[in-house]
Design a protein around this ligand. Structure first.
Ligand code: ADP
Length: 494
């Protein structure tokens, strides 16, 4: 491409137009000198020069040649090429530092320029129009982005994290090289999503990945732990966390996230669970024997008038029952963690179950006033033993966290096709910030009042897992210092 100055344009008009144009310089095609003929105001400004000092001078006399530039960006090479070929040459980005008279130092600047030949009547290059644009800010912004990306990459690498990006419409998938290591692949080649999906444990894919994905489309968040199998068959655990990016129509467009290998901590957890399971199992047998001996002893003694013996026997029974509950809790916890907690579903009368459980649990706190407000005929299809365990946990907590003199109220009712059971006490109550966390494993409220009350924080966690497995809901309503109501709801059998 080349240009011609319109022949009928008066010289003075051309001069004004040229001088007001953005960064433009006109040099003669008189290689190797390339005499400067005209310069626009902007060109002078950006190069910190004046018309008097550069017009009439050779280009390289006015602007000393930067020998560090490559052939693609070196002005002498480019000007010569334009003269030789008569073709326009663009240089998208190059560095050329300029002298700042205020700071009296060279300033780093980035430019992009076009070099357009202007032909004479003989089709020779008479002039070259050199237009430059200062792109320093754009280059700096691009450098900042690259620097941020590098920092992020270094941080994720330091945390041994892999990053991934999934396009939800076309399922395009990009991940960082660390993903290959986490999934046990030697090469650094981009792994297709299918290869990674096949490595996820089939059960976990069905029960965890698919529901989490569907839920994320609504909630915008993604978090789960699953088992994967390396190509050599070994079992590993990974934890992935991500967010959904929505388009302008608020439709899910992409998912971004991280993956970490949690095999070591999972193995530790499994070892700990195995230990708890083993220890609880070993403790269960002698405890069952002690319980049986106590019963035999009571039977053999018959009705005794000695109040000391009576009270010692009663206390011994209470302690044995407390220990049995604790051990059953630990056993259930380890069954739950290893996915072995099975429900034995059957239809039963909820009110009868509540009455039996109150009777059994009240042995832990003899003489305690428990009022049961019941609704007629409440039949449910559930695991009666596990539901009794939940009620018993609510009751024993009510004993623990309220004064002996205050009453406890148990209710059963029908509500929107659900059977609802609640236990209310007038005890220490729970702050709102703790209420959300009570159903987490090992969570106990930290307070002065709690210091002397023993517990492990597993009862409510088990209760919540049991109710969730019944597709029910569990919750608490409470005000600090004014007691608490723990409740659960189960779908009613029709
Ligand atoms: P534990 O009672 O063995 O600590 P739980 O899982 O049964 O374990 O209860 C978890 C925590 O919830 C308790 O430590 C206590 O802080 C709080 N909590 C449970 N029930 C009540 C209640 N009725 N009143 C006040 N706080 C309660």
């Amino acid at each position: 491409m080349s240009a011609r100055i319109p022949p009928d344009l008066p010289d003075d008009i051309f001069k004004i137009v040229f001088e007001k144009s953005p960064g433009s310089l006109l040099v003669k095609g008189d290689a190797p000198c390339f005499t400067i003929v005209a310069a626009s105001d902007t060109y002078l400004e950006v190069t910190s020069s004046t018309r008097e000092t550069i017009i009439g001078k050779g280009f390289f006399e006015a602007f000393p040649e930067d020998k560090t530039l490559t052939d693609d960006t070196n002005a002498r090479v480019i000007f010569n090429k334009v003269v030789k070929t008569g073709q326009k040459i663009d240089v998208p980005a190059y560095r050329f530092d300029v002298y700042n008279p205020q700071t009296k130092a060279a300033e780093i600047r980035y430019w992009s320029c076009n070099n357009t030949p202007i032909l004479n009547a003989d089709k020779n290059v008479a002039y070259i129009l050199n237009t430059v644009v200062d792109i320093t800010n754009e280059v700096r912004a691009r450098e900042a982005v690259v620097e941020n990306e590098n920092r992020l990459r270094m941080a994720t690498e330091a945390a041994s994290m892999a990053t991934w990006d999934l396009g939800l419409r076309d399922l395009t998938f990009i991940c960082s090289p660390r993903m290959n290591e986490i999934f046990g692949h030697d090469s650094n080649k981009q792994l297709p999503l299918d290869v990674l999906r096949i490595q996820v444990d089939a059960e976990d894919m069905k029960n965890i990945v698919v529901p989490a994905y569907n839920e994320a489309l609504h909630t915008g968040h993604y978090l789960y732990e699953v088992r994967i199998y390396w190509p050599d068959g070994s079992l590993r655990w990974i934890k992935t966390q991500g967010i959904v990016i929505y388009d302008e129509k608020k439709e899910p467009a992409r998912m971004l996230g991280t993956i970490i290998d949690i095999t070591d901590s999972k193995r530790d957890e499994i070892r700990k669970n195995d230990f708890i399971a083993m220890a609880s199992h070993e403790l269960k047998t002698p405890l069952t024997s002690i319980k049986a001996y106590l019963q035999i002893m009571s039977k053999k003694l018959g009705p005794v008038s000695d109040s000391f013996i009576n009270s010692v026997l009663q206390k011994a029974n209470i302690q044995v029952n407390k220990m049995a509950d604790l051990i059953h809790g630990f056993l259930d916890l380890s069954k739950l963690e290893s996915g072995k907690l099975q429900l034995k579903m059957a239809t039963f009368d909820m009110n009868k179950l509540i009455k039996d459980t109150i009777l059994e649990t009240s042995l832990l706190s003899p003489g305690r006033a428990i009022k049961f407000v019941q609704k007629k005929e409440l039949t449910v299809y559930a695991d009666s033993e596990k539901i009794s365990q939940v009620i018993s946990n609510f009751l024993s907590n009510a004993f623990k966290y309220s004064d002996k003199e205050t009453p406890i109220v148990v209710t059963s009712a029908k509500n929107n096709g659900c059977v609802c059971v609640s236990v209310t006490d007038k005890g220490i109550g729970i702050k709102p910030k703790d209420q959300e966390k009570l159903f987490q494993r090992f969570y106990r409220v930290e307070s002065e009042k709690m210091k002397n009350i023993s517990g492990f924080g597993i009862g409510l966690y088990l209760a919540s897992e049991i109710i969730q497995r019944h597709k029910g809901t569990i919750g608490v309503e409470s005000e600090e210092g004014r007691g608490a109501t723990f409740y659960f709801m189960l779908p009613e059998t029709t």
